[in-house]
Design a protein around this ligand. Sequence first.
Ligand code: SAH
Ligand code: SF4
Length: 456
Amino acid sequence: MNVYDSEQIAKGLKALEYHLTSSLETADLIIVNTCAIRAKAEQKAFSFLGRLAAFKKKKPDLIIGMGGCVAQQEGKKILKRLPHLDLVFGTHAIGRLPMHIQRIEKEKCRIVDIEMSEALVEFGSTVTLKPTGKATSFVTIMQGCDNYCTYCVVPYVRGREKSRNPENIIQEIQNLVKSGVREVTLLGQNVNSYGQKEKLCSFPELLQETNKIKGLLRIRFTTSHPKDLSEDLILAFKDIEKLCKHIHLPIQTGSNRILKKMNRKYTRESYLQKIERLRHICPDIAITSDIIVGFPGETEADFKETLDLIKTVEYDNLFSFKYSDRPNAASACFPSKISKQEKNDRLQRLLELQEYFTLKKNKALVGSDQSILIEGSSKKHKAVNADHEWQWMGRTSTNRIVNFSQTNDDTSFNKVPIGQLIKVRIEKAFSHSLWAKPIRIEQKSVGLKGEESYAA
Ligand code: SAH
Ligand code: SF4
């Protein structure tokens, strides 16, 4: 979500002639977009912002702004804590950012804008039609959240749930496709409740409309709240051709007692029934999840229920977090906090267990043929290596990272295959990625302009 917001921030500032740079030293404006979901993310943001004081000292005209959830949460306190900051803007102020920057440029003033509006913040029309060289993109379909899970800060820093108009979403995706994007991930805190409050279309209906967009090859979405995962959405994995075979379905804990304290409104049993149904409808679907360890009052027996659930589901991948108190979140006042050491220990045990399943599932793919959408150069091998090979990275429909190489004399590919769907044969499996041999192009890229610069 923050990646999407950062893109909107960059687009808004382009109108003021600010362009992205990868160097802090040469920047005239630094915007730090923050996340408040866990204490660690917040600490990281403050420590990074603190280091920016040295840059301001060297270059007094440098403008430094802090946006996002931590800015929303802490407001004007931040100006006191960080005297080198010019601007603090909250999650609903992104549209007003260019205006604030212009004022700071002119008046050299300091501004705090954490006003939250009832109205939805609409960005779609600012999307560029110019080729970006990017094959994948996020698209926010709704903002905020009404669920109030007791550990979570989101409803306080992002506001109440609001869904965007389907027409604007479709228009934005069409524009992205014109700029070369081939895969979109539709974003919301709980996409299952998309459009319900505003009586727009349902989420499966939005998926059907998205599926019709010419030139778009793949659709993903996140996040789906287990309590609202409907039969229609489960059926979408069979009926909607472009929908990738992957669902992120955060369970948070395997203990019914803790689920209740978290206010998650489903049980371990109802969750497992939905997993069974998903696998019945789409046998090779990949299922991933989020888990919090060390929620207040979590006993060893509760934690063992989580480990047991992981063994039952055999997730394709897991994102696990140590519980941390968040401002305003109800659980911050819950008794029986778990010690840091216990949380570390539980996280370690959970990671070890999941590592086994992730590797097992990856190994099972060796020898199989998979379709992957090429996203860019492989992380480890950015340039041409000694054997004059290009190393590329793409993802399977099930969201597994696949790296492969292409020799310079391999004429079966375009010079740069970003955005192409290709068939590969999986040769090796690692914990976090697969290695493959390309077999054939399944679909040619439709003129991604950023290509030449990539190949240069
Ligand atoms: N809307 C999504 C979650 C968004 S937050 C959902 O309901 O699934 C992403 C993840 O951060 C959560 O799933 C949870 O696992 C984790 N998280 C949220 N608050 C947390 C906290 N206070 N401490 C630790 N992890 C937390
Ligand atoms: Fe937070 Fe729960 Fe909303 Fe997810 S559904 S954003 S965890 S309150």
